[in-house]
Design a protein. Structure first.
Length: 341
């Protein structure tokens, strides 16, 4: 509005329009953040800063400016990439590693072992890549926890004494063993009992073998060893027969048969205890077969028949005296009678 000296006025009006220029706002960065000033409106001149959370590195420019309508100084949105740890390598062929996200930040790697191997208590089975690119915990090692195994461990070994002896030389093959880690680090030896190739008396013994591997896992093979005497059944004298076995009835022993006067022997004078095998089980058997030698009275000799009652008068001071009595076939026999007072 204006006014002259006479008081006349005139008015002039117009409208002023101000148009603000903006840039499009940035989207959120995965594993990171965006900060702009001013943060409400992305006007020309607004400065935006980009950053990443711990454990991630920014890839691209960390700042951008709104230079004109919808025009940022940096066209590409930066990205946050995870930090990486040194790639893990198994400590031995018995160890396997399985990771959730390779060797990146926050990746958890689990250690597993082959069959027969394990991680000792106190050692971590899982390692995690931290914000600084380092693996947490010490590297675990899969160690052998399985003892060697005896492929064949006989529970019983049976031997028999030699002919005419109470002993024999024992021999057997030492039990074979295997180990899950191979035989290079294993040791085996006999720790108890008679050894193969030694002379052993009749009896029962315990033989023990032990095997160790490189981790000192131990296994045991226990064998019962028996040395048996092969024997024949006992021989009992028949009537008018005398049997003498000076060395008993073991394998190789000899027994002799003799007859009383007036009797003759039916069979061999001497028999021997022999060894017989039935399905690897030995037993003794006399050489006379099924019929033991025996003595038989000759035909012209008759056995005296004693009377049912003998009458005699005791002589004072004597415990024994001889009486005569009649027997069949008009023969006479003298009988020693013991008289108790």
């Amino acid at each position: 509005m204006t006014k002259d000296n006479t008081g006349n006025t005139a008015t002039c009006g117009f409208t002023v329009t101000v148009e603000a220029k903006y840039c499009k706002p940035w989207v959120t960065i995965r594993h990171g953040w965006v900060g702009c000033d001013p943060s409400v409106d992305m006007l020309v001149g607004t400065l935006c800063t980009f950053g990443c959370f711990p454990g991630y590195n920014l890839q691209g420019s960390n700042t951008t400016v709104c230079e004109a309508q919808d025009r940022w100084s940096e066209y590409s949105l930066p990205t946050c990439v995870p930090r990486t740890c040194k790639r893990l390598i198994p400590g031995n062929i018995h160890t396997a590693i399985d990771c959730t996200d390779d060797n990146n930040f926050q990746s958890a790697c689990q250690y597993t072992c082959s069959y027969g191997f394990d991680i000792f208590p106190g050692e971590a089975r899982v390692r995690t890549c931290d914000v600084h690119g380092n693996w947490l915990g010490n590297e675990p090692v899969c160690r052998d926890v399985t003892p060697p195994m005896y492929a064949e461990c006989p529970s019983l070994l049976v031997f028999y004494a030699d002919k005419s002896h109470d002993f024999t030389t024992v021999n057997w093959q030492a039990p074979f063993h295997s180990d899950n880690s191979g035989l290079a680090g294993t040791v085996t030896r006999q720790v108890r009992g008679p050894s193969p190739g030694t002379v052993v008396q009749v009896g029962e013994y315990t033989v023990v073998y032990q095997a160790w591997d490189s981790e000192n896992n131990t296994s045991t093979c226990e064998i019962q060893l028996a040395v048996k005497q092969i024997t024949c059944h006992s021989l009992y004298p028949r009537p008018y027969t005398k049997v003498e076995c000076p060395n008993g009835r073991r394998f190789g022993s000899q027994c002799g048969f003799t007859c009383q006067e007036g009797a003759s022997l039916k069979g061999d004078n001497f028999v021997y205890c022999d060894a017989w095998n039935s399905s690897d089980v030995f037993y003794g058997k006399w050489t006379f077969g099924s019929s033991q030698p025996f003595c038989e009275l000759e035909k012209n000799v008759y056995a005296p028949v004693l009377p049912s009652t003998v009458r005699s008068r005791a002589i004072p001071g004597q415990e024994e005296h001889t009486v005569c009595c009649s027997a069949k076939r008009d023969t006479w026999s003298k009988i020693q009678i013991s008289i108790l007072f």
